[in-house]
Design a protein around this ligand. Structure first.
Ligand SMILES: NC(=O)c1ccc[n+]([C@@H]2O[C@H](COP(=O)([O-])OP(=O)(O)OC[C@H]3O[C@@H](n4cnc5c(N)ncnc54)[C@H](O)[C@@H]3O)[C@@H](O)[C@H]2O)c1
Length: 354
């Protein structure tokens, strides 16, 4: 495939960030849009300036269309499996948004289906393509902090004057356990954080969690404050702290959430100081402390949309050269298992071995 022709299934909130790279990459083109609200798909086509795309409210029509090489599944979670299976069966490459499924058993089914299909299947995970994260990983791989020993990840939703508009329908399905599959912060957003832990430290062996609940002024119930701890092979540890702070003002153009990471090694410490948004105007995206010196890395792209741009660019390049784009179905499945283990642990009141 030299020019990747993509069809979006689901043209809701997040499709805007998926479109950015497809609209500017000379090796890609958006040729089809599907949404059960076809008028929304039509609106997106107009705003994105698409040239006569297929518009449909039935994803079976989209996945069966011979102009489509790659199907982007951008649906509520309970629909991911069915849509991905249909696309794989139709011989298409599939990029399915995280979390890939609402159970590990369904993720296994998706991985199995991809094994026998032309595919490939990839799970869309953008945080591991976010430039400050990639910069931190590259410094660590170059030995900047010695051997990494622990990772601390923080998810901190709050409020924002500058956040983007999130339609009520887009929030509503995230309060229905049958559609979302788990907690909005521990499972849905948590997928990103478990992917980060996996990216920096490798697969975890054991998980232990407490999950609390807080109701926001608009009635949305967050699965926070929550604390998830994990152990990696080789005497290495990590945790994910999730706090919803209703009166904390976040600087953002997207979701009202701040994300931070701290990785401690045998001779240094590295920080990623922002993600969806940031605390205050002048946040240094990446900092390294080593040999008594604190170094700021300011020359890094920081817009959260860049994580989507680089994740999408990576997928286009992988499809063009016939390699497996990240995350593979198996990696997505393992990260999903990690996230579900946190919920299992909180329910059972003890550690869960992976
Ligand atoms: N990577 C990230 O940071 C990130 C951020 C937000 C959302 N997401 C993921 O993207 C996906 C979509 O999330 P969203 O926020 O855009 O949701 P959304 O509710 O805004 O959009 C979903 C769209 O799917 C459409 N839809 C529902 N059922 C359908 C069906 N049967 N056929 C066709 N269309 C149907 C809806 O009409 C809606 O327009 C989810 O998997 C979510 O986890 C990822």
């Amino acid at each position: 495939m030299d020019r990747i022709r993509v069809g979006f299934v689901g043209t809701g909130r997040i499709s805007d960030l998926h479109a950015i790279e497809y609209l500017s990459n000379p090796h890609a083109e958006i040729v089809a849009l599907c949404d059960r609200d076809a008028s929304l798909a039509e609106r997106r086509a107009r705003v994105w300036g698409l040239d006569s795309p297929l518009i449909t409210d039935d994803y079976h029509e989209l996945v069966g269309h011979d102009t489509v090489d790659l199907v982007e599944v951008l649906l509520p979670h309970h629909l991911h499996l069915e849509a991905a299976l249909a696309a794989l069966e139709a011989g298409k490459a599939v990029s399915v948004q995280k979390p890939m499924c609402t159970s590990v058993a369904d993720a296994d089914r998706m991985v199995e289906a991809a094994r026998g299909a032309p595919g490939p299947l990839r799970v869309f995970e953008n945080f591991v393509f976010y430039p400050p994260v990639v910069q931190a990983k590259s410094l660590i791989d170059d030995g900047a902090i010695g051997e990494p020993l622990t990772i601390r990840i923080k998810s901190n939703p709050g409020r924002s004057e500058t956040e983007w508009d999130v339609p009520a329908a887009s929030r509503a399905w995230r309060q229905d356990i049958d559609q979302i599959g788990g907690g909005p912060l521990v499972l849905d957003d948590g997928h990103h954080k478990f992917a980060l832990a996996w990216y920096f430290m490798g697969p975890a062996e054991e998980v232990h969690a407490w999950i609390g609940h807080t109701t926001a002024p608009d009635g949305f119930v967050f699965d926070a404050p929550s604390m998830v701890s994990f152990r990696f092979p080789g005497n290495r540890y990590g945790n994910l702290e999730i706090v919803y702070s209703p009166e904390l003002d976040i600087v953002t153009e997207h979701y009202a959430q701040d994300d931070r990471i701290e990785i401690t090694g045998t001779r240094g410490v590295i920080w990623v100081n922002r993600g969806h948004g940031q605390l205050g105007a002048d946040v240094v995206p990446v900092q390294l402390f080593r040999d008594g010196v604190l170094t700021d890395y300011r020359d890094v792209e920081t817009g959260w949309e860049t994580s989507f741009v680089y994740s999408t660019r990576h997928c286009i390049e992988a499809l063009r050269n016939g390699s497996q784009p990240q995350l593979s179905g198996k990696d997505g499945r393992d990260i999903l298992r990690f996230a579900f283990a946190a919920e299992e642990s909180a329910r059972a009141g003890g550690a869960v071995r992976l």
